[in-house]
Design a binder for this molecule. Sequence first.
Ligand SMILES: Nc1ncnc2c1ncn2[C@@H]1O[C@H](COP(=O)(O)OP(=O)(O)OP(=O)(O)O)[C@@H](O)[C@H]1O
Ligand SMILES: [Mg+2]
Length: 235
Amino acid sequence: MATEIRVALSHGPPDPVSLPLPGCLNCQEQVRLQEREHLARELHDALGSLLMSAKLDIACIQPEVNRISPAASEHLRHLTDILNQAMALKRRIIDGLDPPLLSKHGLVKSVANLARDFSSASGIGVTTTLSDVALPAGAQLAVYRLVEEALTNIGKYANASRCSITLRKAGDAVQVEVEDDGVGFTVKEQDNFGHGLMGMKQRIEACAGELLVESAPGRGTRLQACLPLNRVAAH
Ligand SMILES: Nc1ncnc2c1ncn2[C@@H]1O[C@H](COP(=O)(O)OP(=O)(O)OP(=O)(O)O)[C@@H](O)[C@H]1O
Ligand SMILES: [Mg+2]
């Protein structure tokens, strides 16, 4: 890997106390995550049960309507289609707010599921080495989104035959690596970082971390994020 960009820590040296200060980034991030989880739960429970009871009502009257009016029956079928679409949309919005299984099953299982789904959709072999690391919710989401976008990029650009995902504790930090053996690219943050790589960088930095992007044409790509445990513990 010839080209390397090191993205500097956006924060200074560690604070003497690890508790979040009022109004600090950690608190804001924590509040934001709680709001998202709350919204996801409301959508799931309240909107979900409204849509389901509308579907059940339709199923109840459908046989009678079928008997009386074929035209009205067709409208009911159309209405059921619309409700199914609304339920699918609700699911997609919830998944965006609280990625599948992350808050429920934790990072290791969620990343393993991402890897499995990506591998079966793309045909690219994925090796995973995932240790259970004690990251707070905000940092878990940053790691999950990093792996998700890295795999999307591999599927779109890398033409790789294999890739690997590693999550491990290294001293007082957590390291995440996604590596592929594909075509690689010339890393120029100002020129060719899109929303994907910039988003990763911002999320990792918001957790006081560091992102390293290593790649070169013909040499594959390696993304490595390092999240210091003592700085992210308050998230
Ligand atoms: N694994 C990879 N292999 C080869 N090229 C890559 C890989 N990952 C990223 N790239 C290159 O880096 C560029 C920037 O990626 P980034 O994810 O930031 O943006 P994008 O995928 O082009 O668009 P989006 O904003 O939708 O993510 C890509 O257009 C691609 O050229
Ligand atoms: Mg991308």
